[in-house]
Design a protein around this ligand. Structure first.
Ligand SMILES: C[S@@+](CC[C@H](N)C(=O)[O-])C[C@H]1O[C@@H](n2cnc3c(N)ncnc32)[C@H](O)[C@@H]1O
Length: 218
């Protein structure tokens, strides 16, 4: 993982700012809705293991019905322990229990073979091919990935001219996210025996889309 991005996520960006930004651009809401869609589509068995990697502050929990998650053994991971503390408070508010793991997905300690592994806007922050390798290496029965797609001609991950909260503005002076090309992502999973079963595009602010992709093990 790029050292500027690691520093951005572990030393600069605050949980308040991350939450405010993602909600303001509709990505928090769309990400939560896509997580619900993936859970319903895969229907993991009651008591099955559902892992959310790079879960941040757990903001999705503000936008979904906790009963949807209650049947499963949940694990939430992130690089940033301060984000995870905030996530833990959200779980408590929703009456949910989960394993919380401070974890770098590129050197992950997630227990292998979950029923469903989900990651929203995580691959953009890392070497995405290594991320795919790590996730497929865990051999989940299904893997739900949410990526960001920009309108034609917009190359930067963050919309030029959009006002960002202070810690995010500072972090992205030197750090740059890399968008993940959808077709290349599908090919990278296919090379690891995962077929793309469904895709769900969702419009968000600034002409962008979040695209949910569901991969299943062949
Ligand atoms: C754009 S935020 C998305 C957070 C959350 N998935 C959501 O949609 O609300 C990216 C998240 O990836 C985490 N992250 C960045 N690099 C990571 C890594 N190598 N391993 C695990 N998490 C990482 C960051 O700390 C941050 O919480």
């Amino acid at each position: 993982m790029d050292s500027s991005l690691r520093r951005a996520w572990t030393e600069i960006i605050t949980g308040d700012d991350l939450d405010q930004h993602l909600a303001a651009i509709g990505q928090a809401q769309a990400g939560a809705e896509l997580a619900c869609t993936m859970l319903r589509s895969t229907a993991p068995p009651a008591g099955g293991r559902v892992v959310i990697a790079g879960a941040g502050t757990g903001q999705m929990l503000d936008f979904l019905d906790p009963d949807l998650l209650r049947p499963f053994r949940l694990t939430f991971t992130d690089l940033n322990p301060v984000f995870l503390a905030r996530l833990s408070e959200r779980l408590a508010r929703g009456g949910l229990s989960a394993t919380i793991l401070e974890d770098d997905i590129e050197r992950t300690a997630i227990e292998p073979a979950p029923d469903l592994l989900m990651a929203t806007l995580l691959l953009e922050q890392i070497d995405w091919r290594r991320g795919v390798e790590a996730m497929a290496g865990l051999r989940p029965a299904a893997c739900g990935i949410v990526i960001q797609e920009n309108p034609a001609g917009m190359t930067s991950g963050i919309t030029p001219g959009r006002q960002r909260p202070p810690s995010m503005a500072k972090a992205f002076e030197s750090a740059h996210i890399t968008l993940v090309p959808c077709e290349e992502l599908i090919a990278a999973f296919a090379a690891r025996s995962y077929a793309c079963r469904e895709t769900w595009p969702r419009e968000v602010a600034d002409g962008k889309k979040l695209v949910g992709l569901l991969f299943v093990r062949r």
